[in-house]
Each structure stands twice: as C-alpha cells, then as structure tokens.
Ligand binder design. Structure first.
Ligand code: PLP
Length: 416
C-alpha cells in the first residue's frame, strides 16, 4: 500500500518544489493577453530573465513548451539542414539533444564520453583546431547533465574555442543549472542558452526559455531550417511591444514574475552559494555517511543541483526508488538509459533547505535498508548535519552559530 499522508517529498531533479508564493501567484482569473495592461507583465519578465542568464546584450524568448522546445528553437533558428555541429554525449540529456539535432537533419560529430564526466575540453580544442575550414557551425554543450549529476566547464569551453580561433556558435543546455549553478552568458560568450521553468526557476513545467546572443540573432538571417511555431522572427515582431505571436501561458507568466522576485530577494549569488552548500551536505551523506560513490567521477564534475548515487552490484536502484515512493512518500530520480537500475538521483535544486534534504536523505536511507543494502542507519543525516553545522551557506557573510544564537537572544526575538 502506498503512504498517502503528509507531504510528498519531491526530490527528483525537476520538477522541483514550488514555493507557496509562486503557487498563489498562479491562481489567477484568466485575462486578455492582448490588453493594454498585459505588456507590464510580459516586458518585466523578459527583462528580468536576462539578469538570471547574466546577459545584457542578449535577448530572451519564452515559449509555452518545455525545455525540449527551446532546444529545437535554438537549433532551427540558427542552423541550416546539413550544417555540422559538434556535441559530446555523456548522459541521457546530452544524448537526447544530439538525437534531436540528427533528426532535424544536422550533421552531428559526436564525442563519446564516459558517463560520469562532461565536455572534454582538450579533445574539443583538438577537434576545433583540426576544423580548418570552420565547417562546424555550432557546439552543443550540456552544462549540467541531470542524468549523471555532472557539471561541465562552460567558461573553459569558451576559452578553448577562443584558443582555437573557432567561430562556431556556442549553444548551452542550462536546463538544470540556470538560477542554481553559476551561469554567465555574456562573460562566457554563450550564444544560445536553453532552459525550462521546472528546475531552478521553481515553477511547473510549461515554459521553454531561450536566450540568444546578438551573434545568434544574426544567424537567423541565414538559417534555412524549416521552423514555424518556434520561429524567433515571430517573437521578435511581437515581444518588444509586450505581446506573443500566440496565446501565452498566463498563469505560468504570473508564477514566473513571482519566482523572479524571489530570486531577486535572495540574490543570484546567494542562491548559487546555497545550492553549493546544500549539495556539499548531500555529497557528505553519500560518500562519508553511506560510503557510496557518486556517478560523477571526480569533484571537478560534481553537480550542485543533482547527485547520482551509485548502488552496489546486486541492488536495483529502481527498487530503492519504488520503496521510497510507496513506503515513505519520497520521490527520488531514476537511473536513465545506460545507468537504469545502477543509481538513484537526489535532486537538490530550487526552493530547498537543510531540513528538507534531511528528510530525503533519511527516506532514501530507510528504503536502501529495506531492499537489503548495508548502510549504517542514521549515517547520512549525521554526515550531512556535520557538514551543514560547520559551514555557512553564504561564506562571505560568515556569522558563527554562537553569534546567531546570541543575536536572537539579545534582540528579544527568542520568546518563551
Ligand atoms: N536538458 C536537461 C539537462 C534536462 O535535465 C532536461 C529535463 O530534465 C531537459 C533538457 C529536457 O527538458 P524538458 O523535460 O523540460 O523538455
């Protein structure tokens, strides 16, 4: 029987938990998206999203789709059939983007990479240097591979592109990194940045978001791929006045407004620092508490939004996930494709804090014990609490525990 009381503990790496404020903001009566008031909302969200992508030069587009739609928009608006693109395959999402590029008729040069690592910079540089005639028109890179919990070095990728003097467009999947892992569109020279609403932006799935550099927008003029629903030209015609070429997902836009306010209030740097701090606690739980390995091969690949936990031979990760769900009302992420059954994933992105993660760690641990894994009961929570109690979410605002306690008493905010 499935447990149905209490909250469902949602710890898949997207969709993520939606803050109450965002949920309330979406509970609206429908309104006319062609009214003279509507542009107040649309122009404000399009403008503020630029801050989240950290771009001043770029332009952001919002589609009523999921992130996959924004992948398609990125490719079809900037490339022509038969164009060569370079991409690395190191997890289900980098793989699916390659699959889409192939199905759309591009000539994809695939760099196979062991799952557990990310974009190989040296290999990429060598490939780019060898491409003397600049036949490669775009590089597709998955910033955070959600299937394996691996983050690639996009700044480093830009550096190797520059070192090779290669003019390809840099297209980055920032679906599970935007607003949670450091991402700098302008500084890193990203031309196409793809994201979705259901991860760091703390909304339901339903918005595909694409940020384009001026170079990418210029490519629109020559890109011959067939496109219609995802044609940026239609957006470019309507967006400046605050309208969309078709009916926008109104509640989602109101939710987005609220989530952008939350991001502004917490501060993007603080959000990124919080994700790192929470992730470090989870990693301590996995490696020091349970003594297990992450799928990410080494710390330089560690993702601050998702940890993929390898399970020992003879144990089925899917079984752990099923027990966690049915017995403890906890949703963990499954191993996908090549790693199905070999791991389970803990999503740690979005609206989260230590105690919520404690619940997920405790629940995962109980499920692991239930399926016969030998882990020390309480070890994950002990290791995570040890990390979190001795570290601060925002390092530059370091205030000791004693000071926090003293402050609370001396200002009289501790009652009774
Ligand atoms: N890219 C990455 C890294 C993802 O994690 C996902 C979804 O989880 C996608 C792309 C696909 O996005 P969507 O499911 O919103 O279409």
């Amino acid at each position: 029987m499935r447990q149905t009381t209490g909250r469902n503990f949602l710890f898949v790496p997207g969709p993520t938990n939606i803050p109450d404020r965002v949920q309330r903001a979406m509970m609206i009566a429908m309104e006319d998206h062609r009214s003279s008031k509507f542009p107040d909302l649309s122009i404000s969200v399009l403008g503020d999203l630029k801050k989240v992508f950290r771009t001043t030069d770029g332009q952001v587009f919002i589609f009523p789709s999921s992130g996959t739609g924004a992948w398609e928009a990125a490719l079809t608006n900037t490339l022509s059939p038969g164009d060569k693109v370079l991409a690395s395959d190191f997890g289900q999402f980098s793989h699916l983007w390659i699959d889409m590029a192939q199905r759309l008729g591009f000539d994809v040069e695939v760099q196979e990479v062991e799952w557990g690592e990310g974009v190989p910079l040296e290999r990429t540089e060598a490939t780019l240097r060898a491409d003397k005639n600049h036949e490669i028109k775009a590089i597709l890179a998955c910033h955070n591979e959600t299937a394996t919990g691996v983050t690639s070095d996009i700044e480093g990728l830009r550096k190797v592109m520059d070192a090779a003097g290669h003019p390809a467009l840099l297209a980055v999947d920032a679906v599970s990194s935007l607003a949670s892992i450091d991402f700098r569109m302008d500084d890193w020279g990203v031309d196409l940045a793809v994201s979705g609403s259901q991860k760091g932006l703390m909304l339901p799935a339903g918005l595909g978001i694409l940020a384009c550099s001026q170079k990418a927008l210029k490519a629109l003029e020559t890109a011959e791929s067939k496109r219609c629903y995802f044609d940026l030209a239609d957006m470019i015609k309507h967006n400046p006045a605050g309208y969309f070429p078709y009916t926008p997902a109104l509640p989602m836009l109101y939710g987005l407004r609220e989530s952008l306010d939350l991001i502004e209030e917490e501060g993007l740097d603080n959000i990124i620092a919080r994700h790192h701090y929470l992730a470090e606690g989870v990693r301590a739980a996995v490696t020091k508490g349970w003594g297990l390995k992450l799928c990410a091969r080494s710390p330089n690949w560690y993702s601050d939004t998702v940890s993929a936990v390898m399970v020992p031979d003879g144990i089925d990760g899917a079984h752990i996930i099923d027990v966690a769900f049915r017995r403890y009302n906890l949703a963990l992420g499954a191993g996908l494709a090549k790693v199905a059954g070999k791991l389970f994933r803990i999503g740690h992105l979005g609206d989260l804090n230590e105690l919520m993660l404690m619940g997920a760690l405790a629940g995962a641990e109980m499920a692991m014990l239930d399926v016969g894994m030998e882990v020390q009961p309480g070890s994950a929570v002990a290791a995570a609490s040890n990390y979190w109690r001795n570290n601060d979410p925002i390092p530059h605002q370091k205030v000791s525990r004693e000071e926090q306690f003293y402050e609370a008493h001396s200002t009289g905010s501790v009652q009774g």
